[in-house]
Design a protein around this ligand. Structure first.
Ligand SMILES: Nc1ncnc2c1ncn2[C@@H]1O[C@H](COP(=O)(O)OP(=O)(O)O)[C@@H](O)[C@H]1O
Ligand SMILES: [Mg+2]
Length: 365
């Protein structure tokens, strides 16, 4: 039985799947990375499931099937790319696609068909990572901070990681070993939604469109007044709150803005909501490392640097893991935690009553 692990991540941006193959012993080694964009039809199916609608049970099942087939394609590619046999992989950590995240109601839902993935790949699949933490009274999110701590903590330095996916989440790794973390609000979700609506593009490449506009400070303060931002940790969020209807409501109070000015302001909103939460937690943060697709948005990074004077900012590549591989690697690592019967959550981050072994195993054979 091999000791390699695969992580499959498809996040709230709904851009596609990031998959990695890795070993963690004797040290972490990335052996492969694959990105598969969502085919248009699957993206539309998954997007439609974000809101209540008719015949959800069947639509969820079929979308989960299609997603698992795409996950299986990623696994096949990773294995052939790295000349690895299925029996050399101990387990796959498969996140699934979040279609609802309602910890306040005691549930979160990441759809997929883990049994189908196990049948296709003949590898143990660990899935449903979040619900046990919620059962223990936690938010079920973010789950990456324990991995960030294991991989990236450095004695003597106050450092933080921010993952700018659809939603943004931070992990604070203090010089004295303490850890904090939470979701901070939107990452790319509104930026993607607005440029798609206005220009028919999936995302604002390098932030160039946003950079061509001017930040509207009246709109920015309306956005920053969203109560979620001021809530103390633990907290998590999703498309349940930050969606286009929410944005339209805010924009209705500021009519007549040019579309690129809105994009500039949304970029500032993402940057400020991250920076404010970081500053509120740590007065002497030294270094910030950025991962997730937002790390490629140069305009966003400039705004983040403006909002965090004195903090050195780099992408996670300088720590040895490229920005688009950190989350998938985290779920490979969490699958390993499950196999070793080790806890994957940090109660201080999620608010759960205690450490818990996360996920359920669908045996591969
Ligand atoms: N070159 C780029 N310039 C600006 N934004 C980018 C670029 N590449 C990716 N992104 C953003 O990153 C998002 C994907 O980030 P990702 O970390 O995969 O998020 P998630 O985990 O939510 O799927 C895209 O939707 C897009 O907004
Ligand atoms: Mg993604």
């Amino acid at each position: 039985m091999g000791e390699r692990f695969i992580g499959l991540m498809s996040g709230t941006s709904m851009d596609g799947v990031d998959a990695v193959l890795a070993e963690f012993e004797p040290f972490c080694q990335l052996l492969g990375h694959v990105h598969q964009p969502f085919p248009t039809e699957l993206r539309e199916q998954l997007m439609a499931l974000q809101q209540p609608g008719p015949n959800e049970i069947e639509r969820e099942a079929l979308a989960g099937q299609a997603l698992s087939q795409l996950y299986a394609v990623c696994v096949d590619q990773l294995l052939s790319q790295s000349a690895t046999r299925a029996d050399q992989v101990r387990a796959i950590g498969a996140h699934g696609q979040t279609i609802r995240h309602r910890p306040e109601l005691g549930y979160t839902r990441q759809i997929q068909q883990p049994a189908l993935l196990a049948e296709r790949c003949r590898i143990d699949v660990i899935a449903d990572f979040r619900s046990r933490d919620i059962a223990a009274g936690g938010q079920g999110a973010p789950l990456v901070p324990k991995f960030h701590q294991a991989m990236f903590a450095k004695a003597g330095e106050n450092r933080a990681l921010v993952n700018i996916g659809g939603i943004s989440n931070i992990t604070l790794l203090y010089a004295d070993g303490r850890v904090e973390g939470c979701d901070t609000g939107p990452g790319n979700v509104l930026l993607d939604g607005w440029i798609e609506q206005e220009r028919g593009l999936p995302f604002d490449r390098d932030g160039n469109w946003g950079a061509s506009g001017r930040i509207d400070f009246a709109l920015l303060s309306t956005l920053l007044a969203e109560p979620f931002l001021a809530r103390p940790m633990p907290k998590s969020t999703g498309r349940d709150l930050f969606h286009m209807a929410w944005l339209r409501q805010q924009l209705a109070r500021h009519p007549g803005l040019a579309a690129n000015d809105v994009q500039a302001t949304l970029s500032a909103f993402t940057a400020r909501s991250i920076a404010d939460m970081l500053r509120q937690s740590s007065s002497d943060l030294q270094a910030l490392y950025v991962c997730g697709g937002g790390a490629w948005n140069g305009f966003l990074l400039r705004l983040l640097a403006d909002a965090l004077p004195g903090v050195s900012i780099a992408d996670s590549g300088v720590l040895g893991v490229a920005p688009d591989q950190v989350e998938a690697l985290a779920f490979a690592w969490l699958a390993r935690c499950h196999v070793l019967r080790q806890a994957g959550n940090l109660p201080i981050v999620t608010g759960a009553a205690g450490e818990r072994i996360l996920g359920a195993c669908y045996p591969g054979y």
